[in-house]
Design a protein. Structure first.
Length: 555
């Protein structure tokens, strides 16, 4: 029943993900069931974990049977639940009672009559118990408010303030829960630099030592879901494979809702990004334009140097208007650009009564489409970079990352990987060495002696220190801004408190509570940044920054 240890139960996040069952997955299921049949190794702490629960006894306030309440989750459980192994003691506002009953067979047969001395032994003697108090006349003379006040005074006087813990949500802003072959990590919002709030890690074995994310080796597909409200491009979902990428949008001003990209087979395996072969985009209906001018779908066939445009259906029509363009030959050092002719465009116009477009108007339309093609190609390159960065960023955890709406970019990121931790680290390190910019190049001009090498190290250290200070100053400025806004709001409330209604007062308190929470989170981020800077400064040594240009000059 431990909230942090749910290793006997499947992870609810995995149950929520419905994926198609493929033949190779079905073949592996009997093997997994056979492996799981042996069960987990014996738990050395089985029966030794103690947890505090709330026991509600029947007999008053419409309660007809005893039950437990978990104070951490608020869930109720029956007193005969098989998950409970034993009950050691119970206490209330009268006394502390030790359980004297046998719990070798669980708690199903326990009697919760605290006045029964053979079942519950009171720790404090010569203390008025519940039965004596009920029989005495003091209970009838004592008012309900006085009785309740004495109970609260005796039990809640020592409860301290936990405001900072409540603002962080979890102790130190982090909480992890173990499930069967899975682990879920939860983080406080805006505490991490990558805005991660929830992380799911899947494991190969029951002991959760080697992680794994299943995937189909033939497709190697990455499926990412985003919060469109937090993105400028209003992206909702992206499905990416080596030769194809599909993106879905919503509520865009240009009415784009679908984009499918096909990539060509890479001629060189070392190529960073594959060449775009074809792009298909689809648009919602724009009521401000007539149907025969409102684009429903456009296809950029880059490999064939063609562009196809399909318009929305007009009323009482079942065939849309279409246009197909062939791009003229581009100019080179030896040849001039080709001319646009009537043979480079073919049109199908549903309403023959309308005047066909002139060649000049068609050429202007083609130029506009070619500009859109360049813009779309740039967006595709940025999307591929984003996929690569996110995949490599999350490879060490090889799981599913769920981010809250506060995230700047992604809301849900599903990264498929199948590797052990040491393999993931090797792959990530190799990619980082290939992609990282050589920041020492601009310092190496004129580097000849050992003294110049030491001066190089000092300059690098100085620039690194300045950069860390700039980042810390940005966080500090945000803290000052939030504090100033909170003070201004408080001053406004003091000046207009008399004229405010109940809803405005509640809005003010809610606003102040959110500001206090943001300030505490910013303080935590600032402290983490300072600690990170101190560690980096201690570890910044010349021997840790080798470079091919100074290998022979540092000895």
């Amino acid at each position: 029943m431990c909230v942090l240890d749910q290793r006997t139960r499947p992870c609810p996040l995995l149950d929520a993900q419905v994926t198609p069952r493929i033949s190779w997955q079905i073949e592996e299921e009997p093997e997994e069931q056979q492996e799981d049949g042996g069960g987990r190794s014996p738990d050395p702490l089985h029966g030794l974990r103690i947890h505090c629960w709330v026991l509600v006894l029947a007999g008053s306030r419409g309660v007809w049977e005893n039950f437990f309440i978990d104070p951490l989750t608020g869930r109720s459980y029956s007193t005969g639940d098989s998950s409970f192994l034993a009950v050691e003691s119970v206490w209330d506002n009268f006394n502390y009672y030790v359980n004297m009953q046998d719990c070798s067979n669980g708690v199903q047969d326990l009697v919760y009559d605290l006045d029964e001395r053979s079942c519950w032994e009171p720790l404090l003697y010569d203390v008025t118990d519940r039965k004596q108090l009920m029989e005495s006349s003091d209970l009838h003379n004592m008012g309900p408010l006085t009785q309740m006040k004495s109970v609260w005074d005796s039990n809640c006087a020592s409860v301290g303030s936990v405001g900072s813990d409540l603002e962080l949500g979890f102790p130190d802003g982090h909480k992890d829960t173990e499930y069967r072959k899975a682990k879920v990590d939860r983080f406080s919002p805006v505490l991490r630099r990558d805005r991660l709030v929830q992380r799911l890690t899947r494991f190969r074995d029951l002991d959760c030592e080697c992680f794994i994310q299943r995937f189909n080796p033939q497709t190697n597909e990455h499926d990412m879901e985003f919060s469109s409200r937090a993105r400028v491009d209003r992206l909702v979902r992206r499905v990416e494979s080596p030769l194809e990428m599909t993106e879905t949008y919503e509520a865009r001003p240009d009415h784009l809702f679908y984009r499918r990209v096909r990539f060509a087979e890479p001629a060189d395996e070392r190529a960073r990004q594959p060449a775009v072969k074809a792009v298909v985009e689809r648009f919602h209906r724009n009521p401000s334009k007539p149907a025969h001018e409102d684009v429903a779908q456009r296809a950029f066939l880059l490999a064939q140097r063609r562009i196809e445009v399909t318009y929305h259906l007009e009323e009482d029509r079942f065939i849309p208007s279409k246009r197909k363009f062939i791009k003229p030959r581009e100019s080179t050092e030896r040849t001039k650009a080709g001319d646009f002719t009537q043979h480079m465009v073919s049109s199908f116009q549903v309403d023959r009564s309308k005047t066909p477009l002139s060649l000049l108007r068609l050429y202007q339309m083609l130029v506009s489409l070619m500009k859109d093609e360049d813009k779309v190609s740039a967006e595709i390159r940025e999307s591929k970079k984003e996929v690569t960065c996110q995949t490599l960023m999350f490879t060490p955890s090889a799981g599913v990352y769920v981010c809250d709406d506060v995230s700047v970019s992604d809301d849900v990121i599903v990264c498929d990987a199948c590797c052990c931790p040491w393999e993931a680290e090797d792959v990530e390190e190799q990619w980082r060495l290939q992609q990282v910019e050589d920041v020492l190049t601009r310092f190496l001009v004129g580097l000849q002696t050992q003294t110049q090498t030491q001066e190089l190290h000092q300059r690098c250290l100085s620039e690194f220190t300045d950069r860390m200070k700039e980042q810390a100053q940005l966080i500090q400025n945000q803290h000052q801004k939030e504090s100033q806004e909170m003070q201004d709001k408080e001053q406004w409330y003091q000046e207009n408190q008399v004229n405010l209604n109940l809803q405005e007062v509640l809005d003010y308190h809610s606003y102040q509570e959110d500001k206090r929470k943001n300030i505490e989170l910013i303080k935590t981020r600032l402290q983490l940044k300072r600690n990170e800077t101190r560690r980096s400064m201690r570890n910044f040594k010349p021997t840790q920054v080798p470079h091919r240009h100074i290998e022979g000059r540092t000895h």
